[in-house]
Design a protein around this ligand. Structure first.
Ligand code: ADP
Length: 369
């Protein structure tokens, strides 16, 4: 497999937020009960900033965001460090994991019915728009800060794709279906013919998000009419070129941000899927279960120190994101849970997944394999 080494210039001087942390940051977010769920049915309680209890069992993560948590809270926990890590040269990703209806879409993009609409107040905006607001502000700041010594040029290029049934569709041009993943020395891992758009303002980003999200596939199941059965991956490649005013020497840095809304993690037997739907379920779950496998292997490697082959290529999602999952890449998981009794077994399964992800201490070991 190809490896891209970080250049000296891209290693932060004194360790920016999260830069020395090579593990996976795991946040559990509990959505508030909906109108037809009873407050009295709540079975999950936050017991400290980093722990919760469910039916007498306690789980500890990096942070627990309870039913009162705001979109800005989640941004502060995972979005702000993501931007700093990206600007420091690290590939940085946030994954939203959890059963359908637990709040993944709300967290990543914003409320479903008013996705990124003009009247959305900032406390409703999802993680993705908040990340770009910060990214553009930080780029401006960097350019001003270094103006006397260096010329800095930034370019941000975005793409938005969906993995459904192990097929990749371009959400910015849905006529492009069944796209293939390629790998070469120059570009690393990439999706052939995927649309990439340059963005420099929030308006640019919002337009891409609205376009992409409206092209997303949703399929009805008996659990939730708007159940998301696909993985959506919004990626931004951030490239910077520096040229020293003093000696004319230049350097180039490139890193990517991946914002990933995973398909619902619920076991398919719950959804009453049959026929075509069941066939799709196998494939949809291939990417998700490979992600789970990978998390298990990475956790095992960090616990035992023993190196192992990492089967990145066994699913589209893990193949596509392999450069963002291993090595020095920064990874945060927002594990979304529903707080009520009826979701007990899925909630426990999400919390166990989250705990395995938390066990990953040092992904850098893995890149040596
Ligand atoms: P998922 O993407 O996991 O299927 P959604 O994001 O669609 O779930 O959330 C299900 C419902 O709950 C939606 O109506 C959404 O607006 C609402 N919801 C989820 N999380 C929150 C939250 N933190 N605050 C308010 N409403 C939320």
């Amino acid at each position: 497999p190809l490896k891209r080494k970080l250049s000296i210039e891209s290693i932060p001087e004194n360790g920016l937020p999260g830069s020395s942390d090579t593990g996976v940051k795991v946040i559990v977010r509990m959505r508030p009960p909906s109108e037809d769920e009873e407050e009295g049915d709540l079975i999950v309680q936050k017991t400290a900033n980093d722990s919760l209890s469910i039916l007498g069992q306690t789980f500890t993560f990096d942070s627990v965001a309870d039913t009162n948590s705001t979109q800005l809270d989640i941004f502060q926990l995972v979005g702000a460090p993501l931007v700093e890590n990206c600007l420091a040269g690290f590939n940085s990703s946030v994954f939203a994991y959890g059963q359908t209806g637990s709040g993944k879409t709300y967290t990543m993009w914003g409320p479903a019915n008013a996705l990124l609409g003009e009247n959305l107040s900032s406390d409703q905006q999802g993680l993705t728009p908040l990340v770009f607001e910060r990214l553009f502000a930080r780029i401006d700041e960097e350019q001003i800060k270094h103006a006397d010594k260096q010329q800095l040029m930034y370019q941000c290029r975005c793409s938005f794709l969906e993995i459904y049934n192990e097929q990749i569709t371009d959400l910015l041009d849905p006529s492009q279906r069944n796209l293939q993943i390629r790998e070469d020395v120059k570009s690393g891992v990439y999706v052939e013919n995927l649309t990439e758009e340059c963005v420099s303002t929030m308006k640019d980003v919002t337009q891409l998000l609205i376009k992409g999200l409206s092209n997303r596939r949703t399929g009805a199941t008996s659990i939730n009419a708007e159940s998301s059965r696909s993985h959506s991956v919004f990626t931004c490649v951030v490239e910077s070129r520096y040229k020293s005013v003093a000696n004319g020497l230049s350097c180039f840095k490139s890193s990517r941000i991946n914002l990933v809304d995973l398909a619902g993690s619920e076991r398919q037997k719950l959804t009453g899927a049959a026929g075509e739907r069941l066939k799709e379920a196998g494939n949809i779950n291939r990417s998700l279960s490979q992600l789970g496998n990978l998390i298990n292997i990475l956790a095992e490697v960090s616990q035992t120190g023993k190196q192992r082959h990492i089967p990145y290529r066994d699913s589209r999602l893990t193949f596509l994101l392999q450069e963002s999952l291993g090595g020095n890449a920064k990874l945060a998981m927002v594990c979304a849970i529903s707080p009520t009794q009826s979701c007990k077994s899925e909630t426990l399964s999400t919390l166990r997944f989250a705990q395995r992800a938390k066990a990953i201490k040092n992904k850098a070991v893995v890149n040596e394999v």
